[in-house]
Ligand binder design. Structure first.
Ligand SMILES: NC(=O)c1ccc[n+]([C@@H]2O[C@H](COP(=O)([O-])OP(=O)(O)OC[C@H]3O[C@@H](n4cnc5c(N)ncnc54)[C@H](OP(=O)(O)O)[C@@H]3O)[C@@H](O)[C@H]2O)c1
Length: 252
């Protein structure tokens, strides 16, 4: 076991993208990890590791989130690290943002984080070091055109972690958000496909247009976000709480 303050982790949206990278990194470090999401096939691939267990769950459903933690407690034990990573992003100009898209985006990104943290905290040992970490976004710190619902949801997540951190500051459990800029995952591939369809750019041009938003002119790698999470899980990060940490090449 490496030098981590935690031993059992739950990661929502752990079947793909940065969630899967964090799961493998923690599992390789000896942490028992539960990955959750709606698709059992992608979860099963990540769970092909002696330290990873798959749990099918939908973060927008209160009962499903409660059951997810109950299963984790039964199979692995109570988590001391909960990562609210599940998310979705769909772009639309404000005038074409339907109430359905607005609600779905807030349900997954904001209500999903709230339920994951509320139910996670309920089963955590409040007398031992613990970590609640949200994978928010630079969209939680600044505005981007054509993603009002996503930006509103991620700003909400930043407010949520700051408020929770103040509320549980007397316990050894910290609450933080990690805020990546444009990051190379399946979610980015969807954004690239959308830009190609809407503008006629090539895939390379669309990727370059997103990389250019980062002052370092590159896409963030999921591994960089996982490394930040590993640092937050170290005992030396015990004083870091209520923070929204930008991993964005200086974008914000
Ligand atoms: N990629 C970027 O540029 C970027 C930048 C900043 C922040 N982020 C954030 O990073 C996080 C991870 O995204 P990613 O980039 O790794 O993309 P991703 O591969 O699309 O991951 C999103 C994950 O969320 C899960 N999910 C979606 N809706 C869910 C629901 N209702 N219940 C449970 N799980 C659900 C998905 O699994 P199922 O579909 O199987 O449920 C999927 O595994 C998200 O919160 C995203 O907003 C991404």
């Amino acid at each position: 076991m490496s030098n981590l303050a935690i031993r059992r982790a739950l990661i929502t949206g752990g079947g793909t993208g940065v969630g899967a990278v964090m799961a493998r990194m923690l599992a390789d470090a000896g942490v028992k990890v539960a990955v959750s999401g709606r698709r059992s096939d992608v979860l099963a691939e990540v769970a092909n590791h002696e330290n990873i267990t798959a749990i099918v769950a939908d973060v927008t459903d209160e009962t499903s989130v409660r059951d997810m933690f109950a299963t984790m407690v039964d199979v692995i034990g109570a988590p001391d690290l909960v990562i609210a990573n599940a998310g979705m992003a769909e772009s639309a100009p404000i005038g074409k943002t339907s109430v359905d898209l607005w609600k779905q985006t807030l349900d997954v990104n904001l209500t999903g984080t709230f339920l994951t943290f509320r139910e996670g905290l309920a089963v955590m040992d409040k007398t031992k070091p613990g970590r609640l970490i949200s994978i928010a976004s630079t969209a939680g710190l600044k505005g981007y055109a054509y993603v009002t619902a996503y930006c509103a949801a991620k700003h909400g997540v930043v407010g949520l972690i700051k408020s929770m951190a103040a509320e549980i500051a007397k316990s050894p459990i910290t609450v933080n958000a990690v805020c990546p800029g444009f990051m190379e995952t399946p979610m980015l591939e969807k954004s690239v496909a959308n830009i190609v369809a809407k503008t006629g750019m090539t895939v390379d041009e669309a990727r370059a247009s997103l990389a250019k938003i980062n002052p370092q002119n590159r896409l963030i790698q999921p591994q960089e976000v996982a490394d930040t999470v590993m640092w937050l899980c170290s005992p030396s990060a015990a004083s870091i709480t209520g923070q929204a940490i930008s991993v964005s090449g200086g974008e914000i």
